[in-house]
Design a protein around this ligand. Structure first.
Ligand SMILES: [Zn+2]
Length: 136
């Protein structure tokens, strides 16, 4: 069980960070933090590039974030052609910044830098899991 169920494109099924997908299936957006230096990572990493340690812990990204910036994707890359148009965004959740999609339920006129966002796990009808930013 791993990344083959993530998003719309099949990722390699073997990954040290595949628990990310298992947590999404449980309804949690989780990522990792280095236990030595405290650095948080998104997407999750199992090795800290600063300490060169694999001593990391999982934690849930919770609470309200702020929209930093976003871009509308009108022509999706390979595997995402049928999803376009969609909006990619960076959300600031304090300890770390998270990259993801804005919910399609958000109307163009209501999207503002600095607006409050939640990060929410999603599941498509074919059982694929992902996450998106939703308006608070
Ligand atoms: Zn570290």
């Amino acid at each position: 069980m791993g990344f083959e169920k993530f998003g719309t494109v099949s990722f390699t099924s073997e990954s040290k960070a595949s628990d990310f997908v298992n947590y999404l299936e449980q309804g949690k957006v989780m990522t990792t933090r280095c236990k030595k230096c405290g650095q948080g990572f998104f997407p999750p990493r199992m090795d800290c590039p600063k300490c060169l340690t694999s001593d990391v812990e999982w934690f849930e990204i919770k609470g309200t974030g702020k929209l930093v910036t976003r871009a509308v994707v009108n022509y999706g890359p390979s595997g995402f052609e049928n999803d376009a148009p969609y909006t990619l965004a960076i959300g600031d959740f304090g300890e770390l910044r998270v990259f993801g999609r804005l919910s399609k339920s958000l109307k163009e006129g209501e999207i503002r830098a600095g607006m409050s966002l939640n990060i929410v796990p999603t599941k498509s009808p074919d059982g694929r899991v992902a996450y998106e930013f939703q308006k608070v």
